[in-house]
Design a binder for this molecule. Sequence first.
Ligand code: FNR
Length: 374
Amino acid sequence: MSIHLQKERVSPVVVEDWEKLAKEVLPKGAYDYVNSGSGGEETLAKNVEEFKKWDLVPRVLVNVEKRNLSIELLNRKLAAPILLAPVGFQTVVHPDGELASARAAAGQSIPFITSTVSSYSLEEISGVMGNTPRYFQLYWPNDDEVASSFVKRAEASGYGAIVVTVDTPLLGWREKDLQNKYFPMMTGAGIANFVSDPVFNQKFNANGTLNKEAVIGEIRKILFKQNLTWEKLAWLRKQTSLPILLKGIMHKDDALQAIANGIDGIVVSNHGGRQLDGVRSSLRALESIADVVNKRIAVLFDGGIRRGPDVLKALALGADGVLLGRPYVYGLAQGEVGVTSVLTNLLDDLDNSLANVGKNSITSINKSIIEKHS
Ligand code: FNR
């Protein structure tokens, strides 16, 4: 299969075809790293399957001539209810990595969430995005001074929020990566935020003089913080004036605790089925969480979004917006053009689906358009 530039649309159109193309061009280790989930991949499969348990219920004879995909999130207007999820190590997929994805996102006015383990620095990524909003995802390093430095750098370089990933005290049991003996950082990807950080360099990198292997060894020692607890969030609040979101909430009581701790938003997510296997699908978790939150803070969602109707279903069950993960990374295997294509197809599909469900604005989506079948 090959990509084909048409006048108005880059094919393939079908998202699964971008996945096939990625499989053709990527080394097995890199492809499996992106594609796989943890354990027996129960949760990975459930994330996609759960969408099929819900039916959309369209209404007819509604004037849908003028449609509005925009939403407001964290006091900013966004072009659509879609953001690009934080995905680390993107140079294992394409040499342009996060720069290509962020450019493609900005080209469609779609926010990009920069991962802690990016292959380009957070400043370089911010630099290609113009006025389009970007957030910084924090894997809270096991060194508070490095954590603080990352957050302050993000604020100084134009990021609009800090997204703390809270479902990763350590990497999930990823059988395919273990089998392949594949950890992307060992290829030198994903270290840019560390090697460009003055605090990291001063404390762990002999002022920037260690060789790459030794640096990677030091990063691995502090990459995750297994004793991170709710109490630490007050400390983070003092490091930044940016809104703070927690990514990886799967229980309504954790959502309530986030509110009690002054958090500005959550991402209902099981990390795309890459952390604890056997966890329920994120769509299944969404409704009860959105109900208890009751619009008090922002509720974002990810896991299994592949097409426009999936976005409508997640919004109907209470999400304010959704994050797209693997699909854009499959597009990235062909560079920026691939990410742009995946995004424009999803946006056009969403616009089409909105009209066909009988609504003319994303903000008017509610439970009336959805029904669970047995
Ligand atoms: C991820 N995800 C992720 N999440 C995060 O908080 N920080 C990260 O660095 C990464 N890295 C990462 C790499 C790859 C290859 C994938 C596929 C995913 C999880 C990601 O943000 C998101 O939660 C899921 O990808 C959403 O599920 P879908 O859209 O892939 O089904």
